[in-house]
Design a protein around this ligand. Structure first.
Ligand code: PLA
Length: 464
């Protein structure tokens, strides 16, 4: 007996099934478990070919049927929800992106000047080398470690231009996965949500160290030290160089010294994420003090840098990965491997942002102008922080102490609002924020502080 075949034709790729498979009602199109069922096959057209009966079925089934809907990103997804809201009081305090007092995005004047220079010079768009723009790599390491740091002169720093902070962290994660297999990364609890994604995707095991103490709304320093001590020797310890995200709580200089002590004792490898240099205090040098303290001890360390915030180059994806090594020889080898990892991932990095940074930092006049603009941005954030505190204190008659807001630094405030309270902020007050209670003060204006204070007081006292 001639066997009956189903030939499935549709705008989706077609597939042939034996009757046996069809009767089972399910057939895998992909080894990933992609499947469809009989109800979706429509309509069936029976044709004859070579004396055998064939049925041609048009299907509405996608080859991607087995792919489920991913949840929105906890940070970037907030901006999407904000855009969809038509209420005029709405406020986007989700993503950490600087806004003017009028709540408009801000392009720094020095960036515009650097871009004009680039146009005047008529620079080309040739591929960069895998490690990025040499002039950028030079200035980025100098900005981080200090231009006169002997490590640079001794060529002990392997610097590779990365796809901003995120891409640089991801590259370092790939390096850890390949050359320190099994080593774990210790991350603070809580931390920037994407850290976990980055290490998960790179298949690097991670665990958490205590950081935030909700009772004091401050640093759990004892817990932090104990957890770093308890970790297996040779772990990577991820530290926020300044302006810890999301808490806004940084260790004091003395505490940094003690953290360096236990890291040294345990032979751990410090791994700094520096996404806010100059944006926390307004001073590039002050915000790099933690990294420089570790580097001065002669420790090998990793540092990811980002120019999203301090130069407002969010969409240019410009940053770097720096690995400080014990010798120039080791640094050369590490750099060669970073390039090897980068090549299949993205081949080579984009040039535009790299040229902006190189032009701004490399030109004394533009560099000074940048520092002034950075101070201005950091200053505006400090002003709204103060005004928010003043508004909360004036309006809230419960006696609650809101002074933790003033103790936090950087673009965020960790309000202590829980998930339900944060949802109330959005659903009732149209204040968009992450569900961990973090608000970006960079997206707040002085004019909106009172409204925000009303929203916080209502959510804190009336939602449990
Ligand atoms: N590291 C930390 C600690 C960050 O907060 C961010 C950005 C990055 C790295 C990466 O930024 P980049 O890739 O643009 O250089 N965090 C933001 C944005 C500002 C985000 O989530 O992507 C935030 O809202 O938390």
């Amino acid at each position: 007996m001639a066997s009956t075949m189903l030939s499935l034709a549709s705008s989706a790729p077609s597939a042939s099934l034996s009757m046996h498979e069809f009767h089972k009602g399910k057939a895998n199109l992909w080894s990933s478990g992609l499947s469809f069922n009989r109800e979706k096959i429509n309509p069936l057209i029976i044709t004859k070919s070579f004396g055998r009966t064939s049925m041609v079925a048009a299907v509405n089934v996608s080859r991607f049927e087995g792919i489920t809907m991913a949840p929105p990103d906890p940070i970037l997804g907030v901006s999407e929800a904000f855009k969809a809201d038509t209420n005029e009081m709405k406020l986007n305090l989700g993503v950490g992106a600087y806004r003017t007092e009028e709540l408009h995005p801000y392009v720094l004047n020095v960036v515009k000047k650097a871009e004009n220079l680039m146009l005047e010079r008529g620079e080309n768009k040739e591929y960069l080398p895998i490690e990025g723009l040499a002039a950028f790599n030079k200035v980025t390491a100098e900005l981080l470690f200090g231009a006169d740091n002997p490590l640079i002169e001794q060529q002990k720093v392997a610097t590779v231009q990365g796809l901003s902070g995120t891409g640089s962290l991801r590259l370092a994660a790939a390096l850890i996965e390949r050359y320190s297999p099994g080593a774990q990364v210790l991350i603070s609890s809580p931390t920037w949500g994407n850290h976990k994604n980055i290490f998960n995707d790179a298949r690097v095991p991670w665990s958490e160290y205590r950081y935030y103490d909700p009772r004091t709304v401050g640093l759990d320093f004892e817990g932090m030290i104990a957890d770093i001590k308890a970790a297996p020797e040779g772990s990577f310890v991820l530290l926020h160089g300044c302006a810890h995200n999301p808490t806004g709580i940084d260790p004091t200089p003395e505490q940094w010294g003690k953290i360096a002590d236990v890291i040294q004792e345990k032979n751990h490898i410090p791994f700094f994420d520096v996404a806010y240099q100059g944006f926390a205090s307004g001073s590039l040098d002050e915000d790099a003090a933690s990294v420089r303290l570790f580097a001065a001890r002669g420790l090998e360390l990793l540092v990811a840098q980002s120019y999203s915030k301090n130069l407002g180059l969010y969409a240019e994806r410009i940053g770097a990965m720096n690995v400080v090594c014990a010798s120039a020889d080791a640094a050369a080898r590490v750099k060669s491997q970073l390039k090897r990892l980068a090549r299949p991932m993205y081949s080579n990095p984009p040039i535009h942002g790299a040229r902006i940074v190189a032009n701004v930092v490399g030109d004394p006049a533009l560099f000074n102008e940048w520092k002034a603009e950075m101070e201005m941005m950091a200053g505006r954030i400090k002003n709204v922080r103060q005004k928010l505190y003043d508004s909360l204190t004036a309006k809230d008659k419960s006696g609650k102490d809101w002074s933790f807001i003033l103790k936090q630094i950087g673009m965020f405030s960790f309000t202590g609002l829980n998930k339900a309270q944060s949802e109330n902020m959005t659903n009732k007050w149209h204040v968009y924020m992450t569900k961990d209670g973090r608000i970006s003060l960079a997206g707040l204006s002085l004019a909106k502080c009172e409204y925000l204070a009303d929203a916080i007081i209502d959510s804190f006292h009336n939602v449990s």
